[in-house]
Design a protein around this ligand. Structure first.
Ligand SMILES: O=P(O)(O)OC[C@H]1O[C@H](OP(=O)(O)OP(=O)(O)O)[C@H](O)[C@@H]1O
Ligand SMILES: NC(=O)CC[C@H](N)C(=O)O
Ligand code: SF4
Ligand SMILES: [Mg+2]
Length: 659
């Protein structure tokens, strides 16, 4: 059923206003200027029209923000305030929705039914290599894609955003190796460049030069289902009546199919099979009838699952973290502006300072001139569901996530691993890269106490000391194997990537320390390689619990079939990888080291119990997914949605208390 809107995919440029495309006619305002927000020279009438419209939208939005400042806008920061050391972090009221309700809808609901055009366009540039990669991946038990990425957004004064975005994406490359993209806005129009491949391959100098404007967002993608192709590459560009949207997503929705079905029944046409486009459509649709803050809130009330988003609405950059804070997202300050990024390492790369994590359920709006940001606490949950696997494997060791340095967490996990599973051998060796910090913590602890827990009366020069050695060399040109798209690639890559140093292992008993065993690809091959290199014994110690269940929230562990621990005991796994012994860390040790209660972590893949409402899986808390109207009740869906919105607005949803 259609609601009468024309919802048409638009190939080519993203920028349109209603049915009128201005992107082909409007020259770049000042393509060579290294400036922020765009100039006006050369802007055609269409661009001005859109600009005027956008100004209306944005000035209404800032009026709305002023209205709600004492209650909903829990934080406003400007560079002046920060530099003056006069930072008031949390002024949260708890009557957020009431205040939002005082605002006036910018678009009446009737415009939804009056032929409004919501064209969704593809990224403007697509690499020729996409054809090679039109592989459709196995879906996650039919429940949608499971992926994980890196996102970034910047707002700068007086210089272009493109290059800092590019460097940030380089810093986040470990989070996604399949595609990279940047969307900027120069105050008049959006610019986009998205390609398959690594960041360094996806952009050249001329690409960066086309990305004008002082604000922008970026994305690196790691797909595991849906298309491993340019259709799912991000940021997604969306054009609609009241402006342009760009959207970068890290995480995975567990109800994307339901929302997609409903939106399709309302006439939305999708151009990809990923969940990110569902968020983009949902937000665009909400923006037709509400201001930015409220539209984001409405979108969050409908999507269920894991999402850390950076969004561009015209030239405004937003950051949104899901209510459980499953994926990381943080705010940083640079000399001439602000940055939001998946990991603080991206902020470091820009010589910036980490301000703080984006809070679960928080919307952060960067001022387009780079002068500050505003914060809105849009949801309030009792518990978080931080993904423990970020600290264990995914994030960079030099990143601070949820206020914990990843490197320190890994070292401490390594120390616990020795306490729980220590085995006396001649040498301890990390499995590069992610096993390194675990192994150094493990080896340190091993030289303090024996495996029985007694004080070890040795120094590193004594015979009794346990040697810590880099006995496995990594080929620096091979990336992460676990996030490669096919098992064949992963198998081949492990052998290419890692090679033992024979003299370190020959005739000796060896312990290798890795962060995790997922499919067993790495450990199976390494044990064999070490035996071939002459190791007398090979023991394997793992700094995480057994991965027994799939991840539905964005890590490539799609089905129980591919998980070596799903249906095997530790002894059976030991036999399968042919190790002399095998030991995993306990779930409690992980929570202990991360300094979080188990109820504030997602531990779904190691317990089989999830913090979300997932079909055919147990939940570890009282959680239900939003009710989405089915495809046959599309018109009702609109009504129900509006009703529930009003309820939400009048009931009020308390802003999160200060941390
Ligand atoms: O049991 P598996 O299916 O092999 O998966 C687990 C392995 O994959 C990861 O390494 P990866 O090569 O992806 O990245 P890294 O270089 O950061 O360790 C992880 O660190 C383990 O070594
Ligand atoms: N890797 C990610 O987090 C990707 C996000 C999103 N699920 C996508 O389809 O691209
Ligand atoms: S299931 Fe595992 S990998 Fe997925 S979000 Fe939860 S803890 Fe992280
Ligand atoms: Mg590894």
């Amino acid at each position: 059923m259609s609601d009468g809107r024309d919802v048409t995919p638009t190939p080519g440029r993203a920028i349109e206003s209603g049915t009128e495309s201005k992107s082909e006619t409007k020259p770049d305002a000042n393509p060579d200027a290294e400036t922020g927000g765009g100039g006006d020279a050369g802007a055609d009438a269409g661009a001005h029209k859109t600009k005027e419209l956008d100004s209306e939208v944005l000035s209404q939005l800032s009026a709305d923000r002023d209205d709600i400042s004492t209650e909903d806008k829990i934080e406003t920061k400007t560079k002046t305030k920060i530099k003056a050391g006069n930072e008031s972090d949390h002024n949260a009221g708890n009557n957020h929705s009431n205040a939002i309700d005082q605002t006036t809808d910018l678009k009446s609901a009737s415009s939804l039914n009056s032929g409004t055009s919501v064209p969704i366009s593809q990224p403007s540039k697509i690499s020729s290599s996409e054809d090679k990669q039109q592989t459709q991946r196995q879906t996650n038990s039919g429940s949608g894609p499971t992926e994980k990425c890196g996102v970034v957004g910047v707002a700068l004064t007086g210089r272009r955003a493109a290059r800092p975005l590019y460097y940030s994406l380089y810093a986040l490359q470990h989070r996604g190796q399949e595609s990279a993209g940047i969307v900027t806005h120069d105050g008049f129009q959006q610019h986009s460049h998205v390609e398959m491949g690594l960041v360094g391959d996806a952009f050249d100098e001329s690409d960066l030069n086309t990305l004008a404007g002082g604000t922008g967002i970026g994305h690196v993608r790691y797909p595991t289902s849906g298309g491993v192709n340019a259709c799912c590459a991000q940021p997604f560009s969306v054009s609609f009546k009241s402006g342009s949207l760009g959207l970068s997503h890290n995480g995975n929705l567990v109800n994307a199919d339901e929302i997609r079905d409903e939106l399709e029944s309302l006439g939305h046409a999708f151009t990809s099979d990923g969940d990110t486009e569902v968020i983009a459509h949902e937000l665009a649709r909400n923006l037709l009838e509400a201001d930015l803050v409220r539209a984001v809130k409405q979108t969050m009330e409908r999507i269920h699952g894991s999402y850390a988003l950076t969004i561009m609405h015209d030239e405004t950059v937003l950051a949104v973290r899901d209510p459980e804070g499953n994926r990381p997202l943080c705010i940083g300050e640079v000399e001439d502006g602000y940055v939001v990024a998946s990991e603080s390492a991206a902020i470091d790369t820009l010589d910036g300072e980490l301000v703080r994590d984006v809070r679960p359920g928080e919307l952060v709006v960067l001022d387009a001139d780079g002068s500050g940001f505003e914060s809105y606490q849009l949801t309030d949950r009792q518990n978080t569901a931080h993904c423990f696997f970020e600290h264990v494997y995914f994030a960079r060791p030099d990143s601070v996530i949820n206020e914990t340095l990843v490197y320190e967490a890994r070292r401490n996990l390594g120390r616990k691993l020795w306490a729980e599973q220590g085995v006396e051998t001649d040498v301890v060796m990390p499995v590069p890269d992610s096993g390194r910090a675990f192994a150094s913590g493990y080896a340190d602890a091993a030289n303090e106490t024996t495996a029985d827990g007694d004080i070890r009366e040795t120094t590193s020069t004594n015979d009794d000391a346990i040697e810590f050695a880099e006995g496995l060399m990594k080929n620096r040109y091979v990336g992460r194997t676990f996030i490669m798209p096919t098992q064949d690639e992963r198998e081949r890559a492990v052998r290419l990537k890692l090679n033992p140093i024979k003299s370190t292992v020959e005739g000796r008993s060896v312990t290798i320390i890795d962060d995790s065993i997922v499919r067993g690809t790495t450990s199976r091959q390494l044990v064999q390689l070490l035996r071939d290199a002459g190791a007398s014994e090979v023991h394997v110690r793992i700094g995480a619990p057994q991965i027994i269940a799939p991840c539905y929230m964005g890590i490539d562990m799609a089905s129980r079939d591919e998980l070596i621990a799903a249906d095997k005991s530790t002894e059976e796994i030991r036999a399968e990888i042919d190790a002399d012994s095998l030991g995993y860390l306990s779930v409690d040790a992980v929570a202990d080291v991360l300094g979080e209660h188990r109820s504030d972590l997602c531990l779904g893949c190691v317990t089989g119990s999830y913090p979300y409402d997932i079909d055919n899986e147990d939940s570890d808390r009282d959680v239900t997914r939003p009710v989405i109207a089915g495809p046959d009740t599309g018109a009702d869906a609109t009504n129900q949605k509006n009703e529930s919105k009003q309820e939400a607005a009048s009931d009020g949803e308390p802003a999160r208390a200060d941390d």
